[in-house]
Design a protein around this ligand. Structure first.
Ligand SMILES: *[C@@H]1O[C@H](CO)[C@@H](O)[C@H](O)[C@H]1NC(C)=O
Ligand SMILES: *[C@@H]1O[C@H](CO)[C@@H](O)[C@H](O)[C@H]1NC(C)=O
Ligand SMILES: *[C@@H]1O[C@H](CO)[C@@H](O)[C@H](O)[C@H]1NC(C)=O
Ligand SMILES: *[C@@H]1O[C@H](CO)[C@@H](O)[C@H](O)[C@H]1NC(C)=O
Ligand SMILES: *[C@@H]1O[C@H](CO)[C@@H](O)[C@H](O)[C@H]1NC(C)=O
Ligand SMILES: *[C@@H]1O[C@H](CO)[C@@H](O)[C@H](O)[C@H]1NC(C)=O
Ligand SMILES: *[C@@H]1O[C@H](CO)[C@@H](O)[C@H](O)[C@H]1NC(C)=O
Length: 640
């Protein structure tokens, strides 16, 4: 244990006696996969953490736009990590108020500790009954109906009104982060090729609709650039243990498609116990696929695999582990002494991690994630906090990309949507936006498929040879590119012109659809790339993988090449790209996806399938379109 600072210096009386009404701070909605089991036992210890309100986060969007809007005089002038930490750190006043409240509620001050980053107050050995009294709540245990895993949470909790504005989030409380179905969190879909392995070389680029290879990306997306600033550049993909890759699979793939890479591995960074070795139950398909393509596309630029250990968290999904690793200010722990990740009890095996990775990783300039969650499952405080963190990375010049997901406008591949009260069920008809697609400060990548019999050559007209990715599934409902509108985050300025033009068209062509989503929300995806029929090698066998899991790392690879071109001439990396890619000057640097539709809810499919239809310009199925790298590099080199 690293004892933190005790709160000896404060003026307790200033707050302790103030009687104040309580307000509900966070609450969660029901989840169909959870079965209530029992009240959590009163004596169980809860690793109580109070996340203090950060300062100046209201100005984050302005600061971010000032360094990433191509019209801004400060374009590209990213902030140092130190400046970011200093500007947003919580105020002493918040720390003191929270400490006084806890002491007033009967927690001895010896039990309170401050995290090293001054952002979290820890309460030692708090028990369920103590925390229930403090937060006016009850903790219950729920079982996940498929895995049987136990999760504990409260439905909501309250704070005194005079404390609430000093607190961002309290853990563990309402967060559950369980997974809804195997394909809902991982943006991929496997379809094993049956019959004989393909004979290489395949006939590409024609045939990219049937078997998509690196040659298809080179051809379709006009990729001829060869990196020359690899010493200054960096590119990371986030992976979640026990998923990993087999070097033998990489080598077989490289031997066929990128011979110069045979024998090469990604750089490896372990976060919270991530391990590269394949163990029993390890999935080597998804990471293998992503590495085969990213390494091939940016070669000779090394690719870093940021491997997050999930030996403790099992089926949980969180982006906080790697965010903790790249930003010590964000993370909840002192480093090394406890597991402070969101859903973390009952029976938390404290100390199981040798080291909680907190601020241990310098963020790569481009970070690609192939997983997605749902907005409705996370509390507004939680999503606000995480979204701010993505904005901070953008402020530091990091491009953060996420797969949009594989579930169309519905949240899940089985077509579950949202009721009026925010719960999900199969008959519901409100579109169910993903997370973090709804955060305006990340770049969300949707999926396309190459049209049948397309030439596979780069478009000379600016219109893509691709349509929206949309495939039937034998089991379940469908898979198609996710996209839609956040119910929480308002539409950011940078996309207003593009999205409003889409909404205007919708009013004329399909006005009924407007009733099924929040047209004032942040709209996604921002951009797209092929998500269909990637040829990969898994466990020694050639197979075809599909999903936006492949689209995000493809776009991330091309942004890494843009960064190389800028770094090579002494310019800054591109950082947060959305204000740039939506700017009219960049429109011609994308292949506009104008056909195809994503899927809607099972409960409301309408006469057009219910999902979003692609058309000229931005749309909620394909974003601004797929990249034309040659043109993008020209345009980005013209910016300061
Ligand atoms: C905040 O408190 C610390 C001591 O815990 C002190 O060193 C620092 O000067 C204070 N900052 C401000 C702005 O008062
Ligand atoms: C918490 O409880 C454990 C076991 O009951 C004990 O060993 C430890 O000293 C306690 N920690 C504090 C800070 O009271
Ligand atoms: C992996 O699992 C199989 C069957 O489940 C078992 O026979 C084998 O011993 C396990 N191997 C290791 C290394 O745990
Ligand atoms: C939400 O509404 C649905 C019906 O539309 C109902 O079945 C469900 O019980 C409601 N849930 C809550 C938490 O009110
Ligand atoms: C959906 O509607 C059908 C038919 O009206 C009904 O039988 C079923 O129980 C409903 N399901 C849910 C989850 O509300
Ligand atoms: C693609 O080409 C094949 C063979 O020439 C033809 O049978 C098929 O109809 C074509 N499909 C489309 C969508 O043009
Ligand atoms: C591909 O990019 C190059 C610049 O690298 C550009 O000259 C060319 O016109 C682009 N090709 C197409 C088809 O857009």
């Amino acid at each position: 244990m690293h004892p933190g600072h005790f709160f000896l210096a404060l003026v307790l009386t200033k707050f302790a006696c103030a009687l104040s009404p309580t307000v509900v701070h966070e609450k969660r909605v029901d989840h169909p996969s959870l079965i209530h089991s029992r009240r959590l036992e009163a004596h169980v210890a809860v690793p109580l953490r109070i996340g203090l309100k950060q300062q100046n986060t209201g100005h984050l969007p302005l600061h971010l736009l000032s360094v990433s809007d191509p019209q801004s005089p400060h374009f590209g002038q990213h902030w140092s990590a130190e400046k970011v930490a200093q500007v947003f750190a919580p105020a002493n006043e918040s720390r003191d108020a929270v400490a006084a409240w806890l002491v007033g509620a009967g927690f001895d001050k010896e039990r309170l500790r401050m995290s090293h980053n001054k952002a979290w107050v820890h309460v030692d050995n708090a028990t369920v009954d103590e925390v229930e009294a403090l937060l006016g709540t009850e903790y219950h245990v729920y079982n996940h109906h498929e895995s049987g895993e136990e999760h504990a949470a409260c439905d909501s909790y309250s704070l005194p009104a005079h404390i609430a504005h000093h607190v961002e989030i309290i853990t563990p409380t309402v967060q559950l982060n369980i997974k809804l179905g195997s394909s809902s969190t991982r943006c991929s879909k496997r379809s094993k090729r049956t019959g004989p392995a393909p004979v290489f070389p395949l006939h590409v680029p024609a045939g990219c609709d049937q078997a998509f290879t690196p040659a298809c990306i080179h051809s379709l997306y006009n990729v001829t650039y060869v990196p020359k600033a690899t010493d200054r550049n960096s590119f990371g993909i986030v992976s979640q243990a026990p998923a990993t890759y087999l070097q033998s699979d990489l080598d077989t793939f490289f031997a066929n498609f990128t011979p110069s890479l045979v024998g090469k591995s990604p750089l490896f960074v372990s976060i919270d116990g991530g391990i590269v070795e394949a163990v029993n139950g390890t999935d080597v398909g998804e990471d293998g696929w992503i590495l085969q393509y990213t390494m091939s596309l940016v070669e000779p630029q090394p690719v870093t695999m940021l491997q997050v250990g999930t030996l403790i968290t099992g089926n949980f999904l969180s982006f906080n582990e790697w965010l903790d690793a790249v930003d010590g200010l964000y993370c909840t722990s002192n480093g090394g002494d406890d597991l402070t990740y969101d859903p973390q009890f009952p029976n938390l095996p404290i100390g199981d991690f040798q080291e909680h990775s907190c601020g241990t990783v310098k963020p790569p300039l481009v970070i690609s994630n192939s997983r997605a969650d749902f907005e409705y499952r996370l509390s507004p405080f939680y999503t606000a906090r995480q979204c701010n963190e993505f904005a901070k990375l953008g402020l530091m010049g990091v491009t953060v990309l996420f797969s949009a997901g594989n579930a169309g406008a519905a949240g899940t591949t089985r077509g579950y949507c949202l009721d009026d009260n925010g719960s999900v069920n199969l008959n519901a008809t409100h579109f169910n936006p993903g997370w973090p697609g709804g955060c305006p400060w990340i770049t969300s990548v949707g999926g396309t498929q190459v049209k049948a019999n397309a030439s596979g050559l780069a478009s000379t007209t600016g219109v893509a040879q691709e349509e929206v990715w949309n495939q039937d599934m034998t089991h379940g409902f469908f898979v198609s590119s996710s996209g839609g509108f956040s119910n929480r985050f308002p539409m950011p300025q940078y996309q207003r012109a593009a999205v409003n033009s889409f909404l205007e068209k919708l009013k004329k062509t399909n006005p009924e659809q407007l009733r099924h989503f929040n047209p004032g929300g942040r709209a996604y995806p921002d951009i797209s790339a092929n998500a269909n029929n990637f040829v990969t090698v898994e466990n020694g066998v050639f197979s075809l993988d599909s999903g936006t899991s492949g689209a995000a790392p493809t776009v991330a690879s091309l942004i890494t090449l843009v960064n190389d071109a800028r770094l090579a001439v002494g310019k800054s990396p591109v950082g947060f790209i959305n204000p740039t890619i939506y700017s009219p000057n960049f429109a011609r640097a994308f292949n506009d996806v104008v056909s195809g539709t994503s899927q809607g809810c099972k409960g409301w499919q309408g006469d057009r399938g219910g999902g979003f239809q692609a058309g000229p310009g931005w749309d909620a199925a394909s974003g601004v379109g797929t990249p034309n790298l040659g043109l993008l590099i020209e345009k980005w080199l013209a910016l300061p």
